[in-house]
Design a protein around this ligand. Structure first.
Ligand code: ZN
Ligand code: ZN
Ligand code: ZN
Length: 375
């Protein structure tokens, strides 16, 4: 088996998780739903009421407790974990409790359902829990080469949709936002995504609402349309990795007022991305973009952080936001997505995904930032 194989990568991750557990004194990791599980095992559990939980005791082999009917879907890897399927008549919480044994300092994955955690807490009296992200997040945020390749493939597929938008292949004027959203989603899948995660379409005044829910509004000539779309992409035998990009287009010649705003945004995006050098604090990326926008007088209209990490999850560490003084590390994958939103009037956003490297940021989205005039 080559060292670059997914299971070799997972063994490296498991070893690093165990090291991090040891240095934090954590006696067992309990991993239910969320991205930690596929990242460690290659298994994407369905979000069911039936408990799925990977138990990783610091001093014993890892065991994946899984509903019996789901067991056939688990990519089994004996070198990584053993499988403990539970029957419908069994209590999975007592299975987990017996694997945990006398260990009482436990890290539990952030997306574990409360109903499961509360039952586990009852079964393990005296246990102390910390969020598993304390262990997994710093590791998961640094992508390996296979993960970077998957993010780039996802970005390329999203760029195909942006290219169709720029070329006027996606009709806008006269259609509702939700119709356009549906087409963006279909094109994400046609370009190779397995799943559509979102396709925001905000037209006219709706472009001023960053997470606008596309609705029945019919797109008019002479207005901006903010399109923010992403899906999950599977490259080879990796688990799914996400794309996320935003492009703003204009249905007709934009007025000077809008072109000016857009030029500020473009400069903010470019400068913020360039500031994402290895070693710089994550918050500097946000501050760099924000300074450009504030200097042009739009400061109060940039109402969200400039970026988020991305990987198996659409939003994960590292967050590019004031207060995050963690340094940018080689392998960090994140969005840079400044926006300017003038309530009731119009807004715009430009978003790309990049991966930090010692040679500077590697772009996952390469479609251009011109303000395209489309119909
Ligand atoms: Zn967003
Ligand atoms: Zn984003
Ligand atoms: Zn986005």
């Amino acid at each position: 088996m080559s060292p670059a194989s997914p299971s070799a990568a997972r063994r490296v991750r498991m070893a690093r998780v165990r090291e991090a557990m040891a240095s934090a004194g954590i006696e067992s990791l309990l991993c239910s739903l969320g991205a930690d599980l596929p990242w460690l095992t290659g298994y994407e559990a369905m979000p069911l009421e039936r408990l799925t939980m990977l138990v990783v005791p610091a001093d014993a082999e890892a065991v994946l407790v899984v509903p019996e009917l789901e067991a056939p879907r688990v990519p089994h890897d004996d070198s990584l974990f053993s499988l403990r399927p539970w029957r419908e008549s069994e209590d999975p919480v007592s299975v987990v409790a017996s694997l945990v044994g006398k260990r009482r300092f436990l890290a539990v994955s952030d997306r574990t359902w409360a109903v499961h955690l509360l039952a586990i807490e009852r079964a393990l009296s005296g246990a102390r829990f910390v969020p598993a992200s304390r262990v997994t997040s710093p590791l998961r945020s640094v992508k390996d080469t296979a993960e970077i390749a998957a993010l780039q493939a996802a970005g390329e597929a999203a760029d195909e949709v942006a290219a169709a938008l720029f070329a006027g292949e996606i009709a806008l004027v006269g259609r509702s936002e939700s119709e356009v959203s549906r087409e963006l989603g279909e094109r994400l899948v046609a370009a190779g995504h397995r799943k559509v995660n979102f396709a925001i379409v905000g037209s006219g005044p709706n472009s001023a609402s960053p997470h606008h829910e596309p609705g029945g509004r019919v797109i008019q000539p002479g207005e901006p349309v903010v399109c923010d779309f992403g899906g999950t992409y599977y490259l080879g035998d990796t688990v799914g990795y996400c794309s996320d990009t935003t492009r703003t287009v204009f249905t007709g010649e934009p007025p000077a007022e809008f072109s000016e705003l857009y030029a500020v945004l473009e400069e903010a995006q470019a400068k913020a991305l360039a500031s994402a050098v290895v070693g710089a604090p994550c918050e500097r990326v946000d501050a760099t973009g924000r300074e450009v926008i504030a200097a042009a007088g739009y400061g109060e209209y940039f109402i969200h952080r400039i970026g988020h990490g991305i990987g198996i999850e659409e939003h994960e560490d590292p967050y590019m936001v004031a207060g995050n003084s963690e340094p940018v590390r080689s392998g960090h994958a994140f969005s840079v997505e400044p926006g300017i939103y003038i309530p009731g009037r119009f807004g715009a956003r430009i978003e790309d995904i990049a991966v930090a490297s010692v040679a500077g940021p590697i772009a996952c989205n390469v479609s251009d930032h011109f303000l395209h005039v489309v119909a």
